[in-house]
Design a protein around this ligand. Structure first.
Ligand code: TYM
Length: 333
């Protein structure tokens, strides 16, 4: 069985981008055809300025939303990163394999460090080393596939490079993972700024559809989406990114191919109406299940405790093997 691992960081409320790019696939293929682990990567949320109470709240909410999105704890392992020490243990070893040049080339580091500096703040060292912790998340489980959106491809490629380098230096220890992406909507764009990714940590929220938005809020956001000049509905991601984004969202929610769907709409207005209804219907069951789950607050905690125990049992021997391979003396137990 293929081993699958993926994660989501609790830096904001989950968005339609998270759902279409990653989470929906975790609930589908991930857990039925594979041995799958999904993680609320809370340590990653500390790489930028954060409010402790908010991280706690968002971590709980992410876990219950993942359950609401269809992750079945009987078939997959759902846990919180900081509950399993192996992630941080392995991250240090991988820092001894990665180079600072590699870290500085990461697109997300470049983008986020510019934002932090522009805010007048300093850049946390952990923002630079973030991809190494992410590599540790994946390699500690010897995961083969990592279902992610397009923005994480570079990090998964770095993970492969680190696995290969480690294995060459210290002997076969890690499996080389590969990123898997959805056929459409691998990069859902902000509805108000189709040049930027729909991101859960963004401050301006009018262009972001959240999984827990009420149907009328979703409709309003989509009907007000920025479209391009011109009238004809055509799928042209470079020339008409706003309309292309809507067509991709529609294809992901209702099925079909974005280019073929374009011909069916006489105007941008008609397209937007259809997209709004498709998104409302796609998210409805998630919102409803989430409401049921919040009525039994102990459930998510129980799932996370069991998940952490299962995850530890997998990661511990892998990370112990890596410690031994690099020349560290085994601790007496
Ligand atoms: P994060 O928390 O930003 O996003 C979680 C998942 O959602 C995908 N995603 C999107 N897909 C399509 N369109 C969008 N607008 C969009 N926004 C987000 C992301 O690609 C991701 O798959 N570094 C990761 C978290 C992480 C991780 C890992 C992932 C940490 N360790 C190990 C996989 C394996 C992140 O920041 O994702």
């Amino acid at each position: 069985m293929t081993r699958v691992f993926s994660g989501i960081k609790p830096t904001g409320h989950l968005t339609l981008g998270n759902y279409l790019g990653a989470v929906r696939r975790w609930a589908q293929a991930g857990q039925y055809e594979a041995e799958a682990l999904f993680c609320v990567v809370d340590l990653h949320a500390l790489t930028v300025e954060h409010d402790p109470a908010r991280v706690r709240r968002l971590s709980r909410q992410a876990a219950s939303l993942l359950l609401a999105a269809g992750l079945d704890p009987a078939r997959c392992t759902l846990f919180v990163q900081s509950h399993v020490d192996e992630h941080a243990r392995l991250s240090y070893l991988l820092e001894c394999v990665a180079t600072d040049g590699e870290m500085r080339r990461m697109i997300q580091y470049k983008e986020k460090s510019v934002v932090e500096r522009a805010r007048g703040g300093s850049v946390r060292l952990s923002l630079l080393t973030y991809p190494v912790l992410m590599a540790a998340d994946i390699l500690a489980y010897r995961a083969e596939e990592v279902p992610v959106g397009a923005d994480q491809t570079q990090h998964v490629e770095l993970t492969r490079d680190l696995a290969v380098r480690f294995n060459q230096r210290y002997g076969q220890t890690f499996v080389q993972p590969r990123a898997t992406r959805p056929p459409v909507a691998a990069r859902v764009m902000d509805l108000q700024d189709p040049a930027s990714k729909m991101g859960k940590s963004h401050a301006a929220t009018a262009g972001i559809v959240y999984l827990l938005d009420e149907p009328d809020v979703i409709r309003k956001k989509i009907l007000r989406a920025v479209t391009d000049s011109g009238r004809e509905v055509v799928y042209d991601p470079a020339g008409r990114p706003g309309v292309a984004n809507l067509l991709e969202i529609l294809a992901a929610c209702a099925g079909g191919d974005p280019a073929a769907l374009a011909g069916a709409y006489p105007s941008y207005g008609a397209l937007k109406k259809e997209v709004a209804e498709a998104v409302v219907e796609t998210l409805r069951p998630v919102r409803e299940r989430h409401r049921e789950l919040t009525a039994e607050p102990g459930e998510a905690e129980r799932v996370l405790a069991e998940g952490a125990a299962r995850a530890r049992a997998i990661a511990r021997p892998v990370v112990d093997a890596a410690y031994a391979a690099v020349g560290l003396l085994p601790a007496a137990r």
